[in-house]
Design a protein around this ligand. Sequence first.
Ligand code: IPM
Ligand code: MG
Length: 353
Amino acid sequence: MKLNIAVLAGDGIGPEISRAGVKVMKAVCDKFGHDVTFVPALVGAAAIDATGNPFPEETYEICRDADAVLFSAVGDLRFDNNPDAKARPEQGLLAMRKKLGLYANIRPVETFECLVHKSPLRPELVEGADFVCIRELTGGMYFGEKFESDDEAYDTCAYTRHEIERILRVAYDYARRRRKHLTVVDKANVLASSRLWRKVAKEMSAEYPDVTTDSMYVDNAAMSMIQNPKFFDVMVTENTFGDILTDEGSVITGSMGLLPSASTGESTPVFEPIHGSWPQAAGKDIANPVAQILSVAMLFDYFNLTQEAAAVRRAVNESLDRCVRTPDIQIEGEKSYGTQAVADWIADYVANH
Ligand code: IPM
Ligand code: MG
């Protein structure tokens, strides 16, 4: 297969983990005979510095014309500490989502046996926890009408039936391929937008009689995720709730540095780690490349290249089992590996097995 991949490395540890992801993707493509090309493009603070725009038109065109985007991270302390900055790196990510129509963000929350000890929860609660959060990504308060003055400010949470239906379809498709349990997370006791979500979900549930659909208020969902994470199979929710719940989800399994995500919709799909740009670690070769590498596995899944995806996951699991790990997840007493050393090990494993 011919694959044309836009590579958006971004800021902070972005370039390092991007290199790691590209290395592993190349190793898999060499092994399975795919013809892959990588086209780098600017995003985030790197793009602001070069062009003044966090998602320049040229980057948009490269993404639009690619088969998939391998995205790393954006964010820079210079902007975090400056509320008056005209352009912010995060706007690059939001512009990319909007312009590529990426309305579905798929964030798996998986437990890795060997990392259960890293979870803030008791092992018996997390062992075997395995769910997917489907976050709506181009609507809600992030993109609704906004106003900002010195005395008043607001963000509007608006959703149309069309936007709700299409994200629920994605969620139902996932539920059908998994344990057939869908939880629709909302705040229908207070918010009008949530009541529309609940109404549409109720109507659509009749089309999916094989899936058990339940609704849960977001405050209850936040609590249930730590009390009983194994309750969940597929959860679907609006943009802001999804942002918050997926950060919570990523730490309950003890593996923030290990979780990948996919964003899909109307145009080119994007694959990226859940974690951010960790500017303090930039250039130190200590960032964990596994979330980025597992997002390469999600990319292969998207194109139904299941053996290729399995090869990546096998190599990652093997690296974890053999303690080829970055410092954040290394066991006490074992020597830690650098970002590139872990990537090299995983790429070599793919090539030789
Ligand atoms: C995420 C991030 C982004 C978001 C930020 C960086 C704009 O937190 O992908 O979850 O809020 O969507
Ligand atoms: Mg977030």
